[in-house]
Design a protein around this ligand. Structure first.
Ligand SMILES: [Mn+2]
Length: 666
């Protein structure tokens, strides 16, 4: 116990890890690619390699990777799917898509729908109501398909673990084709085909793809198999939605195919004439002309996610389907005309207020109506999240020992389970260790859980271990959910996700079992794994921080998961004018800080405006321990202030995004 206290107390679990790179290797890479040594160092660090060919293959992947589809899944899976699609064409069947209601699942759904419609199939899509149903293939959706006379359902970004639901579909004579990228369960569902690259046991190109990319590759493979040319518009569309899904799901950008999808997909997103995407772009990016892939996780992605998180058709809140409606709007005169109206109305919307809930927005323009809904729902989501966090502070105080708990577990009541993922993420960021939020819904005996983890801890495995020991002891799964259909109760399994983000449902009687055993499992994890490492490329000087350098960094984008945007280190700075701020919905919770960074050494007159997200507590901590003329060491990323609206950049537009501060030990 004393060891953990020492680690978590006073931010002691934060480590600054400096990249250790051989000087000769740096100069070799710098010379070969004709780049700044700091950029060479970043490439060696991110790629963990000094092999010139390998580095070249990642930073400039071959475009032909986009058309190689051979090892996507074992061939019989694809053949089964293609055969079944042919049969559906012949019989003029109606098919359904059951997607996951997040940006990735929306992307997968959109490309499946567009692709299947292109193949002549009447295709409908329905999403789970996330606040009440969660994720995965739903009994309700299977029944809706049956009622419509459909005998074929596709999943997008879900389904891999839905053994019981697939069994139920089969019992109604409905075939299921799963397209998904989630980790395989201990038992596979009895689906007609499972398009999940993890069926290939040897790791290949497709193993770290987003769910949307899997659906896209699947549609591409179906066309190839049927010897049909893949239409260009479908390629562009698939790239756009897969890029958005990939950014949202934070897939590895060390995978060359993911790099192509993200960089080309974002270009298509920026340049496309598709009317729906244009509207979405305008609502999400504003006038930001230089939008980079790494920005999209804060702009369009939350807007795509919002309806799915809180959408509930039963309460007249549009769900993820509204985003698919929007995305599917293509080009053409009719749509172009709509877009003109959209633009005019949108400008007036901006001037009215951020609050766009007014019903005065009644317009008979489809694209506009849809777009306003997406944005409204996003605003509403932000508000709900803020309210939870206010309550959260109280609960954290009551339920968590910040100095010693290895995992933050907070239990709350009647929160919208669609948004708890965001709050779990914030808890993780704030306390720099794994976090779990459990939330119960009134009228239900089941509790939903959301988990987020730090880089070195695989919480999926931890939670799976708890499930396995429960199954051994009680001969039934710990994670399950009861759904009612036609007065009959059905148990479906309810645990899935990834190493750093997963979700589950369990009966409230099992909460104490769950907590005890999670905590027990956490004790097996070595303390070093709890250290929160900032991987720093190198020390930088004030004079190196300039527009030209930012441009050079951008040349090697896209940045994201596993291919991190570089973190640099400045020594002996003065920090001045710290001002706390939060988002406009959170009056009581303010975590961020704005301040000015100045050079304490030499006569150079360098000063940068800086921002520290979630850094207010740490800022206060170091300030409290400092004296009048103390200097500080900082680690940060360099960016252009996102509020800048011009393409004519100036030095003063540079902003430091500070990640951590230390009092300089003199
Ligand atoms: Mn996904």
């Amino acid at each position: 116990m004393s060891e953990s206290i020492a680690l978590f107390e006073n931010f002691n679990n934060q480590r600054w890890s400096f990249s250790k790179v051989n000087h000769d290797d740096v100069s070799n890479v710098a010379k070969t690619f004709d780049i700044h040594p700091l950029i060479a160092k970043m490439l060696i660090h991110n790629l963990e390699s000094v092999d010139i060919d390998y580095i070249a293959s990642i930073i400039k992947p071959e475009n032909k990777l986009q058309y190689e589809l051979d090892d996507l899944v074992p061939s019989e899976q694809l053949e089964n799917a293609v055969k079944r699609i042919r049969q559906a064409q012949i019989n003029s069947e109606i098919v359904y898509v059951n997607g996951d209601p997040d940006a990735d699942g929306i992307g997968g759904t959109a490309i499946l729908v567009a692709g299947l419609r292109q193949l002549g199939l009447e295709t409908k899509y329905i999403f789970p109501i996330r606040p009440t149903e969660g994720h995965g293939l739903q009994i309700r959706i299977i029944e809706a398909a049956r009622d419509a006379g459909s005998t074929l359902i596709f999943t997008a970004d879900c389904g891999t673990k839905d053994v019981a639901a697939v069994e139920y579909a089969n019992s109604l004579g409905i075939d299921v084709i799963i397209t998904d990228h989630h980790i395989l369960g201990h038992k596979l569902p009895n689906a007609l085909a499972i398009i999940n690259p993890y069926l290939n046991e040897t790791k290949n190109l497709y193993h770290d793809l987003a769910g949307s990319s899997i659906s896209f590759k699947f549609i591409q493979a179906v066309f190839k198999h049927m010897k049909k040319d893949f239409p260009e518009f479908l390629y562009e569309f698939g790239m756009i939605v897969s890029a958005l899904g990939s950014i949202s799901d934070r897939v590895s950008l060390l995978n060359p195919l993911n790099r192509l999808i993200v960089s080309d997909g974002v270009k298509f997103y920026r340049d496309t004439d598709r009317e729906g995407v244009k509207v979405l772009r305008k609502l999400s990016e504003g006038h930001h002309l230089m939008i980079k892939p790494r920005h999209l996780s804060r702009t369009v992605v939350p807007r795509l996610n919002a309806p799915g998180r809180i959408g509930n058709p039963e309460q007249n809140i549009p769900d993820a389907g509204v985003v698919v409606d929007l995305l599917l709007l293509g080009r053409g005169k009719r749509n172009a005309k709509k877009a003109e109206v959209v633009q005019k109305i949108f400008k007036s919307v901006l001037s009215i207020d951020q609050e766009m809930k007014q019903e005065s927005m009644k317009s008979n323009n489809d694209a506009f109506k849809v777009a306003v809904d997406v944005n409204n729902v996003n605003e509403k989501r932000k508000y709900i999240t803020a309210k939870i966090q206010d309550e959260m502070d109280v609960l954290v105080d009551e339920q968590v020992d910040i100095n010693s708990d290895r995992v933050i577990i907070v239990e709350g009541r009647n929160w919208n389970s669609g948004v708890i993922g965001i709050d779990t993420d914030r808890l993780k960021e704030r306390f720099l260790r794994p976090a779990i939020i459990l939330t119960s819904q009134s009228g239900s005996e089941y509790v939903r859980g959301s988990c987020r983890s730090i880089p070195r801890i695989n919480m999926y495995n931890v939670i799976d271990n708890v499930d396995q020991s429960y199954q051994k002891e009680f001969n039934k799964p710990l994670f399950c959910n009861e759904v009612e259909s036609l007065g009959e109760k059905k148990m479906v399994s309810a645990f899935g996700g990834h190493a750093q983000a997963c979700g589950f449902t369990l009966h409230r009687d099992n909460i104490s079992y769950f907590k005890e055993n999670i905590e027990k499992e956490m004790l097996d994890i070595p303390m070093e794994s709890f250290e929160y490492h900032y991987d720093i490329i190198d020390k930088i000087s004030f004079s190196d921080i300039n527009l030209d350098f930012i441009k050079k960094i951008d040349e090697f984008s896209p940045y994201g998961q596993k291919y991190a945007f570089p973190i640099f280190y400045l020594e002996s700075c003065l920090i001045r004018g710290g001002k706390v701020f939060g988002n406009k919905y959170q009056e009581s919770v303010k975590n961020h800080v704005r301040f000015q960074v100045e050079n304490a050494l030499g006569s150079e007159d360098y000063s940068f405006s800086s921002v520290g997200f979630n850094l207010w507590e740490k800022y206060c901590f170091v300030k409290e321990n400092s004296v009048e003329d103390s200097t500080f060491d900082l680690i940060f990323t360099i960016e252009i202030d996102p509020k800048v609206k011009t393409t004519k950049l100036k030095h003063s537009h540079i902003r430091l995004n500070v990640l951590d501060i230390r009092l300089r030990q003199s």
